[in-house]
Design a protein around this ligand. Structure first.
Ligand code: SUG
Length: 449
């Protein structure tokens, strides 16, 4: 078993809804208060996981978070029984209720930044949970994310876990959505490529003017230190402020890499030629292969609408690559034409596979948002909690579990329904058994939800 890059997808939780919580994320804003289908959302995600597992890719599953998280509402001053907390919040501050109900942890590209053991000073895989402090609903994810990662990758000689960075604007951290790794093959030392949207302490530095830049240079630097990465193997780059203002709220909406291939829009980075030169210099003899998309092929607006770059770039047995894209890429003419040209070009990307992930896409989450990449050696694969690997049995078990517990329609008004709370906790309690995840949820640790 060679060293592989495994994908750990977030299982969509039972409270998936459209609350319009992410200013700067155009899909989230434009679907505000639309009714969602949590059952379909979970099944669309499971189908992608299973299809990739069937093609021979190592595929893991990360559990959803406990939602609603009533502890947060209690911290914010809503008291009484659980039902009273819900009804009071629904009456007085429905927007806060929506925050504690968000199923946003499904986008596990934002769960953490991961450095493979080949890159780190102590030879362990390092995970830094992201503080996600740019958005309230996401800022409450990190404590449970840490529990889930520890239960999935038990800390020992193989895995090291770091809690979230201090939750202040200076250290805004959105995890692996702003991190790529270039390498010859997964098991050899790679160049870790961190992308930030702003410099937290430098008021003079270029920054977007319309939408927030969530991720800072300071967060990247802290992670480089924590993970024990060598400066010779790290490149830091700034995302173009103009594209953040056009709706590119994470780097994975405009670029993705696999091994020595970087698939990106020409507008992705500030001073792209210098960034590419540094990547090449640090890659040494391994040639950097850039597949660059130009404005006249696909506009930034179409890249954002289609999520062309929020794709998964995966290595096939013959060393060519497969691009896993959302269905929207075939629905937008410029992007579909680009994909046809890409396939005809005989470059490194030789195949395209399309998935219907509309439920997640309507909140701004495509194939790449839904997965956390973790490079694992053979021994590290064996140290992973074996219950989280996707296979025939797990697929059927989880589909049946979704059928038993999920609703097929959820509106903002439904979030006040105390039954939804009970349904959600019952589902998660059962799931913790299926995925062998003891005591990851607050309700498993205390009597109060
Ligand atoms: O953080 N959407 C998520 C989407 C995250 C996508 N992840 C990556 N690009 N890696 C976000 O903006 C919307 C929730 C709502 O509006 O109900 C939301 O949180």
């Amino acid at each position: 078993m060679p060293t592989v890059e495994a994908n750990f997808d977030g299982l969509v939780g039972p409270t998936h809804n459209y609350a319009g919580l992410s200013y700067g994320n155009i899909a989230s804003q434009s679907n505000t208060k639309a009714s969602s289908n949590p059952k379909l959302a979970a099944k669309q995600g499971l189908k992608k996981m299973k299809a990739l597992a069937d093609r021979g890719f190592k595929q893991g599953i990360l559990a959803p978070q406990q939602r609603p998280d009533l502890r947060i509402l209690r911290d914010l001053g809503f008291g009484g029984s659980d039902a009273q907390v819900l009804s009071r919040a629904a009456r007085k501050a429905p927007e806060l209720l929506a925050n504690v109900y968000s199923a946003s942890s499904m986008w596990t590209a934002n769960a953490a930044t991961v450095s493979p053991s080949a890159d780190t000073a102590d030879g362990r895989v390092h995970f830094s949970v992201a503080n996600l402090n740019a958005k309230f609903h996401r800022s409450i994810e990190h404590p449970t994310t840490l529990n889930i990662l520890r239960a999935t990758f038990p800390a020992d000689q193989h895995f090291a876990h770091h809690a979230a960075l201090p939750a202040v604007a200076q250290f805004g951290d959105e995890g692996a959505a702003n991190h790529n790794r270039l390498c010859r093959d997964y098991g050899s030392r790679g160049v870790e490529f961190f992308v930030y949207g702003r410099e937290g302490l430098n008021e003079q530095a270029a920054a977007p003017s319309r939408y927030p830049a969530r991720h800072t240079r300071e967060a990247c630097e802290a992670i480089v230190r924590r993970h024990g990465l060598s400066q010779d193997n790290v490149v830091l780059a700034q995302q173009s402020p103009e594209i953040i203002d056009a709706g590119v709220f994470h780097n994975d909406v405009i670029a993705v890499s696999n091994r020595n291939v970087l698939f990106a829009h020409e507008a992705a980075f500030v001073d792209s030629p210098a960034v590419m030169a540094e990547l090449q210099e640090k890659l040494g003899e391994t040639p950097l292969r850039c597949v660059t998309v130009h404005h006249d092929q696909v506009s930034v607006a179409d890249a954002v609408r289609s999520y062309l770059f929020n794709s998964q770039l995966l290595s096939l047995d013959d060393d060519s690559m497969l691009l896993v894209v959302p269905q929207e890429c075939r629905e937008i003419a410029s992007v579909s034409a680009y994909l046809d040209d890409l396939l005809a070009s005989k470059g490194p990307i030789r195949a395209v596979e399309v998935f219907d992930l509309k439920q997640s896409m309507q909140n701004g989450g495509g194939p790449a948002c839904l997965r956390l990449r973790v490079v694992l050696t053979e021994r590290e694969q064996q140290a992973v909690n074996s219950a989280v690997w996707m296979n025939e049995e797990r697929f059927h078990q989880l589909n049946e579990w979704v059928d038993r517990h999920y609703r097929d329609k959820l509106t903002q008004a439904d979030l006040a329904d105390p039954l939804l709370l009970t349904e959600s906790l019952t589902a998660l309690d059962e799931l913790a058994g299926i995925l062998n995840l003891p005591s990851i949820y607050p309700f498993q640790q205390s009597s109060s939800g």
